[in-house]
Design a binder for this molecule. Sequence first.
Ligand code: ARG
Length: 572
Amino acid sequence: MDTMTRLSALLADCMKSLWPEAEGLPAAEELRGLLAVPPDPALGDYAFPCFRLARPLRTAPPRIAEAICAAWSHEDVAAVQPVNGYLNFFLNRVNFAAETMAALQAAGDRYGASDIGAGKTVCLDYSSINIAKRFHIGHLSTTMIGHSLKRIYDWLGYTTVGINHLGDWGTQFGKMICAYKKWGSREQVEKGGVDAMTELYVRFHSEAEKDPSLEDEGRAWFKKIEDGDPEAMEIFTWFKDVTLRDAAKVYDQLGVEFDSYAGESFYIDKMEPVIQELRDKGLLVQSEGAWVVDLSGDNMPPCLILKSDGATIYATRDITAAIYRQNTYHFDKCLYVVAYQQDLHFRQIFRVLEKMGYPWAKDCVHVSFGMVSFEGEALSTRKGNVVYLEDLLNQAVARARDIIEEKSPNLENKDEIARQVGIGAVIYTDLSANRIKDIDFHWDRALNFDGESGPYVQYTHARCCSVLRKAGNPAGAAPDWSALTDDEAQALLRLLSRFPDVIREAADKYEPSMITRAVTDIAQAYNKYYYEHRILDGEPAQTAARVALTDAARRVIRTGLWLIGIEAPERM
Ligand code: ARG
């Protein structure tokens, strides 16, 4: 049992014995949630606000605090002081160190893992790129937030399904085939990949301005795709393959994988029954020739289902996809990691699902996020100001390589480590702030080995590894945990002991940045410890304790980095 859990259990017992008759007192679990870490360590390791008890006990909080202090008998866990309606707990440092280290050592590499998700399934829709378009830096957030959430849920024992809901349906693909047939060649597309397809698409538009009949031809090709014409399908499928082949390079760099690539076109033959269901349930109304679901009661514009020409749209496919996912995976949660611009879209489709009578509609969540700008400039395709993710990643690796060359010229495997550090720097930046905040990417910040950055955390991990290498195999001395009672060790232990809570909170709030914060804090606390204390040259039992603490920090940093999708090299 961790210290906070024990403390709250003791607090609950103490309250029960003081006020056996009182009703509505919080249970241990709620008490645990109320325990706070005071900003100033002089106010204790944990503080408990007695205000929550005022009403059930009909007593002023300062009186309650005094009564509990007078009855508190567990000096082995914590001494307690009443201050202005707060109980300030001072942990018994040796016991706290011993308990925390026992928990860390027992869990080993799986510290913070859990089975709270056993038997539950989470679908995650992320990255979800569009066919024939290049990956730009704007796709980074959906890809990395989704990937990280998947690992977090995996770690908590959930079954996860990572879905790349490809944008692979729309009239533009008819136009592209038309352009390809007129001006393109197989070699050109094979070689040029997505860029060649984009060129064809751009050419189509400029030629269509001169010759509007091209639009009809484009539509005719799209119709052929819809009808499953073999030639159209062959080209369309090949465009998809080429796009995914290009995207795979980026996914490989980032270490991202998916369980399913069922995109929009996957749902084409599954929409009819859903549209019929909407009709049967009396939800489809006609509006200016189109069929829509009226959402005026929810203060939203109508959700378009069928255009006046009978064509389905993005929303129709998303509604169908949600139902398919529920029927196929029986998800307990379906997360859509998509930029905030699509907020209305998701509110609409979730509401439509609810109106259809699906109770699980409430388990669909739009995990939205802000924009990424680059060196202070917003990225807009219109201004031609696009940074391609592949270029950004390659540049990050090259820059990391230069820094490593300068700092550690004798390192082995410099290329491999530069890759881990460069990519890690980009991912860290992306996951460093609350996801809804806009992110401004700056090279000097991302690759600052001394600031709050991926390389800084990785470096700390490598430092722990180096200490452990120097320590060698500790010759059997049993660790003396009283060597870990100094302020720096205690601060580090406190962060390590909270780490499992942070993972659960990150999952509850869909917020990988909480893990980024936690590993950064742990890295900083370890470095502080490292500078203030001699780890290796004390008494064997003390050294054993300090080495064990180093090993615990190493494991937790490694796990934290893994949870946000960053590798942890052992040397840097
Ligand atoms: N392909 C879409 C886009 O790039 C994102 C799709 C998100 N997922 C979904 N189920 N709608 O805007």
